[in-house]
Design a protein around this ligand. Sequence first.
Ligand code: IFM
Length: 451
Amino acid sequence: MNGFPADFLWGAATSAYQIEGSPLADGAGPSIWHRFSREPGRVLGGDTGDLACDHYRRYREDLALMAGLGINAYRFSVAWGRVLPQGGGPINRQGLGFYDRLVDELLALGIAPMLTLYHWDLPLALDERGGWCHRDIAGRFADYAEVLFRALDDRVRLWLTLNEPWVSAVLGYQTGVHAPGRQGLSEAALAAQHLLLAHGEAVAAYRATGRHRIGIAVNLEPQHAASERAEDIEAAARRHAYVNRWFLDPILLGRYPDGLSAMFGAAWPQVSPEDLARIHAPVDFLGVNYYSRGLVEWDPSDRPAQARVISRMGTERTAMGWEVYPEGLTEILLWLRREYGERPLYLTESGAAFDDPPPADGVVADPERATYLRRHLRAAESALRQGVDLRGYFVWSLLDNFEWAYGYSKRFGLIHVDFATQRRTPKASAWLYRAIIRQGGANLADSPDPA
Ligand code: IFM
């Protein structure tokens, strides 16, 4: 029997900076990634998002390809700086016009839009005023969100405030491997607090202006102790609070997880009950981005959780080095329900980078991705059968694209992009996805590996 409901969203996901290119076109303001990717040594090979997939100019072709695959939902993000080049102030109608046309085109093709307001490309002008470390950013984000609600809520029914705020805070402000490239524990904690506040303020703005549904996309991964040693078990528990609960607890429970402030020590910011109440604004659904699990060992030097993720010899891995662990998807979806109660969920990202061969005779053979896709869809189906209210699955990603600090070296796409010619070629995994979608998932168990 098929576990997927008839109205399930079979989606694909992207983000603005990773695919659009033309970052300054039509009056857009630069983002932190525009600057960061120009700083020597930040991005592999010196790659930038200047051209990316040239989607800003080729979006019609990309949407038509998606429709041809039977994909019925598309998650994309808006570049804040296209709409408000200075982060606030006058609206750039040309920039907004791009998303307006994109949404119309999606609807004309029968594809439901899911719009992410922020996927890491903060306007540079705001970074120059302190970025996510400056409290004012929460209000500015809500103002920006409101511009989009007013322009697009008549057609967009699914909204996400932030994509993976944990990554914004930790990789952007603690380890510095993402823009803006800061390295400080207290900056990361402060940025996280303001990301949460920005989320809460945007949800409040949506209740005043919007008519549909709004949520947030968080990156989640089960944290498993690498051994039976008490130190490793405790380290895994700490990392679970740090990765999985840091953002969900304040949003869904109105408080930070136990032990988190102690982990940060003096780096932990003051948090007022009023701010926590704003962050705790009810959301309509949750977006989950799932890729792997963490196998955790105690490591006192690894701040703040004193927990290190290790790789075990012989485990199946993607080109990112991430363990392939589909059962973790079922586990995390069941955990969400157990811990925070029933609510609609979307898998807003799931996918894998592999070293695909180039197209040959119009074919890209990517059997590992096809198998990854099938196994993760089965894991999602298993959660559905256990009663989880999962309403859609968005493959990361529609296209090969700019994988942040890895530049164009990691390919996650269902569709191969030749970055020299901008030629698109659907990979075998895309054809498999089409076959699965056509059957509404009924053939998941027996769908053959593509040639
Ligand atoms: O490419 C990213 C995406 O921007 C956010 N989630 C994880 C993906 C793969 O690293």
